[in-house]
Design a protein around this ligand. Structure first.
Ligand SMILES: [Zn+2]
Length: 1020
């Protein structure tokens, strides 16, 4: 059908763009050929709406098929990033209704875009509209009347972004058609969106992973006889977890999207995902993030139900909400919007992992009718890429039309949320968060505060000491000096209760402290990341981490101040903070306190040829105190060191004093980070941390370990990040790897797969076969020959079940639920180099296990008199009553001996002492519990754990000698999502001291069990 438009539309300014023939009006007709193909590729009429069942044809602006040579949603074809970006640029060159900007590049150098689509008059005034949203985002000093004028003048902005997850390929294609349709279609529905809002589109968020996915998909299309490749790397680092980076903001895509958000302040940010059938529209089950303004909770519901209703009215099947994801953690990409007072939301559209058309069968719960899914998906249906395009495009158009039609309401809500965020300091509180000037980790403190600056959060610095009357205990600001500041840092976020007898008369904040005020627009974001989290076990099972308190995880002191007096204290806003570093004193020996600032590890590797030593004990020089682990540099070049210290925010003291303390060299060892060919997500967080800190490593595959028998020749340290599952199944999977069926499967760049390998990633002639028995043997030999094998979480099963760790066991938790929480640990062995620089206590990120136990040479030495009385037999009375055996005189049981966990682990019954001499290794071959989870009552800081007794007081980090080398096991994940920078140094200490990990151990026969207790157990 031809529909030539009337002259009325010509007069609206519908002209070709880019200087092309301003005189020549554009005509809009129906693109019959395209429309025909849409119908052909749509499998069922109930997977489409009138909004997307056709495409208009403009005489000025090329439709997608003119450039791509296929329609959007065509079967068996996907487009590369450069082509999708080129189509957006083509649109911008041909239409005054489209503008395109680069928003930065990815790790591998691919370009990310944002396109704006709106009426040409709106785009001509885009800077003004950005000014308005920016002013509403920060309404300080704005009267309500002025705000209303801005709202009346402004336009809401709706930002749609595609494919942060690389196997979810529909959105980048759909967004091309959407942009075209919005630019050219003349229905009143589309005109409403164009005239009364500004649509922003980022077609691909994860551009690196997208191109690898297109390689995988098209390779399989060309070679259907071969098994499809696994998508080993999505983006450069962390696969699916790229959508969990909004607290660490360490990936290029997070930084680019955040910067773009802060440039436009879009009203809505909408991520397009693919998974569950057929279209899930995000609201979530709750618990919702408790720091957000409740207005946004209503907005999620209102928008979701509007779209569901419009789709359902048209007979579309399987559009629903609620029962997927919770809305608690603030680490998703869409959190950028929610955390900055806008609306962040997402869709999950059904997908086939590419552009295949396939029959899909479903079963409950996907097909069950629920209150939140009254119109559920069918048990069997043919599903196509075009169905996917129809569903998400239709629904998001309803969403965009809703926002355009109610633009004043949405802008007013945005203003209200921003205004109430500024009022937070004086309404719900707290007034501020303080970062004391005397934090012993200035580089890490600066790193966290600079992260705030990146997030748009203002940071101030106190000009002089601030004193104000101490608040009452229910309202205690706990900003007291040193002692009490430290106390609150032990439990960041907790309003520490002052000891009754020593209640200070006033609160003192030292001059030069940093203050994050809660009377600023992004107060809620700052508060939600610094506060502690309580996740009720009664709530639905969490979708992601339940706790994330950044001060605790980053080892940075924070003080929650409730007293609003602080808001009136003199302070000035600071920009990016460069922690001051340098050298004081004179002399040939340089001393650097070990404060676990991660840049200290950078220093070691930055100056690899300079010899450095670690003090094995604390000592004094020139009247100054230095701790165990302090760096000693004799005869280093002062100029070189000074430059490095200044840039890394490290402080060195030069002296000619005779430094007489036991010390050993600190290495700059050759480190390998191990990966397999199935899932690289967890190792990605290790790589990004090492890359940022400029700590060199080789990325090495399990299959390579199998093929190279002399690993010690090439490496000093091998790191096994969490890889796959733990336990017997995990070990089996690690040994077997990808099945050896078919021919070799190279992972290399070829004509068919030009994007498989990038610098920093790995390649091989064959990805099959895993570590194998030979690889396990090679690893054992590596450790025996003096290497350090560091195994994290699920990977601990490999060296333990592989027989490298005497007296150690790992197991899965039986009933414990710990879905990503912040927990307390205590340093169990202060002499171990792994603990250098740390205080007695340390907060860790912990997720589910494994449970590591030490001892057990005689089997089953658990805490026998523990709660629950599991030690007593069935019989009379209660668990705490004595068991009375009948028909003989009552003989009271032996009084249970209270032993520390350390004593319990090494305990040997008296009558087995002689046997123990042979059964237990000498002290310098025994496992060393370095870090231990706190007692159950002290364990949880943030998040949720049930059944915590399974890990309470159990080892968190264990160092096990084996041959000439060591195996170090982590039950926690020390390098997680760039959030746990406070525990990174456990890894760096282990690495740099890999050949001196036994420092502090006195060789000798097995310790006498009942007499020698751990002398350094810190039982609080
Ligand atoms: Zn996804």
């Amino acid at each position: 059908m031809m529909r030539v438009l009337s002259g009325v539309l010509f007069s609206l300014g519908l002209f070709c763009g880019s200087g092309l023939a301003q005189s020549k009006p554009c005509t809009i007709t129906d693109h019959g050929e395209y429309t025909k193909k849409i119908k052909e590729f749509t499998t069922e009429p109930f997977f489409s709406t009138e909004l997307v069942d056709h495409l208009p044809l403009s005489s000025c602006v090329p439709p997608p098929d003119a450039f791509l040579h296929h329609i959007v949603g065509a079967p068996d074809v996907l487009d590369y990033t450069k082509d999708i970006n080129a189509y957006f640029r083509l649109l911008a060159s041909k239409s005054l209704r489209v503008k395109v900007w680069s928003i930065g590049t990815s790790e591998e150098g691919r370009e990310m875009l944002v396109a704006a689509v709106s009426d040409e008059a709106n785009l001509a005034k885009l800077d003004r509209y950005k000014e308005i949203t920016a002013r509403l985002a920060d309404p300080r000093g704005l009267s309500d009347a002025e705000a209303q004028k801005l709202i009346a003048e402004g336009k809401p902005m709706y930002w749609a972004d595609g494919s942060i997850h690389s196997p979810e390929t529909g959105a980048p294609e759909m967004l091309m058609e959407l942009a075209y349709r919005l630019a050219v279609e003349d229905t009143s529905f589309i005109q409403k969106i164009r005239n009364d809002s500004i649509v922003l589109i980022t077609p691909i968020v994860e551009v690196d992973g997208h191109d690898r996915m297109v390689d995988v998909y098209l390779q399989h299309k060309k070679h259907p006889d071969q098994a499809p490749y696994p998508l080993i790397w999505w983006g450069h680092y962390v696969s699916h977890d790229n959508n969990r980076d909004n607290l660490g903001v360490t990936l290029a895509l997070s930084r680019n999207m955040l910067k773009t958000y802060l440039d436009f302040h879009p009203t809505v940010m909408h991520d397009l995902h693919e998974s569950v059938p057929y279209l899930y529209i995000m609201t979530g089950t709750g618990p919702y993030n408790a720091w957000l303004d409740p207005i946004v909770i209503s907005e999620w519901q209102e928008m979701a139900y509007h779209e569901i209703e419009e789709m359902t009215k048209r007979g579309v099947l399987g559009v629903w909400t609620h029962g997927f994801y919770d809305g608690w953690a603030p680490n998703y990409l869409l959190s950028i919007a929610n955390n900055h007072n806008s609306i962040g939301r997402f869709y999950e559209t059904f997908g086939n992992g590419g552009a295949d058309t396939r029959v899909r069968t479903l079963r409950p719960p996907d097909t069950s009718r629920e209150w939140y899914r009254p119109n559920p998906p069918l048990p069997k249906v043919k599903w196509s890429a075009r169905d996917n395009t129809n569903m998400q495009q239709s629904a998001i158009l309803f969403g965009m039309n809703n926002v355009a039609s109610n633009g004043q309401k949405f802008l007013n809500n945005f203003y209200l949320k921003s205004k109430r965020a500024v009022a937070k300091a004086r309404t719900e509180g707290p007034a501020a968060w303080v970062f004391p000037a005397d934090d012993p980790r200035p580089a890490e403190q600066a790193s966290l505060l600079n992260l705030f600056e990146l997030q748009g959060i203002e940071v101030h610095r106190t000009e002089k000491e601030i004193r104000f009357p101490a608040a009452d205990s229910s309202h205690d600001s706990d900003g007291r000096r040193e002692k009490s500041a430290e106390k609150s840092a032990e439990k960041p976020g907790a309003e520490a209760k002052p000891k009754e007898e020593k209640k200070p008369a006033e609160t003192v904040i030292p001059a030069g402290s940093y203050v994050v005020r809660m009377d600023q627009p992004y107060s809620r974001l700052a508060d939600m990341v610094l506060d502690t989290q309580y996740y009720s076990p009664r709530d639905p099972r969490s979708y992601d981490d339940t706790g994330w308190t950044l001060g605790a995880l980053r080892g940075v002191k924070t003080v929650r101040v409730a007293d609003t007096v602080i808001l009136d204290a003199p302070m000035r806003k600071v920009a990016k903070i460069d922690p001051r570093g340098g050298i004081d004193g004179q002399g040939k020996t340089f001393l650097i306190r070990h404060n676990t600032d991660n840049t200290l590890a950078t220093l070691r590797f930055r100056l690899p040829s300079i010899s450095m030593e670690a003090a094995e004990d604390s000592f004094e020089a020139d009247g100054l105190k230095f701790n165990a682990g302090a760096f000693i540099l004799r005869n280093a070049d002062r100029t070189q060191l000074e430059k490095a210290a200044a840039e890394l925010g490290l402080h060195a003291h030069a002296t000619n004093a005779n430094v007489a303390v036991a010390a050993h060299p600190i290495s700059a060892p050759r480190v390998g980070i191990v990966h397999n060919w199935q899932n690289t997500q967890n190792d990605g967080w290790f790589r990004v941390a090492f890359d940022e800190l400029k700590i060199p490593y080789t990325y090495v595959a399990d299959t390579w370990l199998r093929e190279n028998s002399n690993l010690r020749e090439k490496f000093d340290v091998l790191i096994l990040p969490p890889m796959g599952g733990g336990g017997a199944a995990g070990l089996s999977a690690a040994l077997r790897g990808l099945p050896m069926r078919g021919g070799p499967r190279p992972w290399q760049n070829t004509v068919d797969t030009p994007n498989f390998v990038a610098p920093g990633l790995d390649s091989t002639a064959d990805i099959r076969g895993g570590l194998g028995y030979q690889g396990l043997a090679n690893l054992e030999r590596f450790v025996s020959d003096g290497g350090l094998l560091l195994a994290v979480q699920s990977s601990t099963a490999l060296p333990v079940a592989g027989g490298m760790t005497e007296m150690v066991n790992v197991s899965d938790a039986r009933a414990m639920q710990a879905p990503g929480s912040v927990v307390l640990s205590t340093v169990d062995d202060k002499k171990s180099p792994i603990t250098y620089g740390y205080d007695d206590k340390l907060y860790l990120y912990f997720r589910q296990g494994p449970v590591i136990t030490v001892g057990g040479a005689f089997g089953g030495f658990g805490p026998e008199e523990g709660p629950g009385g599991s030690a007593r037999s069935s019989g009379r009375g209660s668990t705490s009553d004595p068991d009375v055996i009948q028909a003989r005189p009552y003989m009271p049981p032996e009084k249970p001996v209270k032993r520390t966990p350390h004593e319990q682990e090494l305990y040997v019954p008296e009558d087995l002492q002689e046997f123990a001499r042979w059964a237990i290794p000498p002290t310098d071959e025994q496992p060393r519990v370095v870090l231990r989870f706190a007692a159950e009552k002290d364990l949880l800081l943030s998040g949720m754990i049930t059944g915590a007794n399974e890990i309470a007081e159990k080892p968190a980090v264990v160092d096990v000698p084996h041959g000439k080398g060591h195996v170090v096991l982590f039950a926690n994940n020390p390098i997680w999502r760039a959030e746990t920078t406070g525990s990174y140094f456990l890894v760096f200490n282990a690495i740099m001291n890999f050949d001196h990990l036994s420092a502090g151990v006195t060789p000798g026969p097995p310790s006498s069990p009942t007499t020698k207790a751990g002398d350094n157990n810190d039982q609080n």
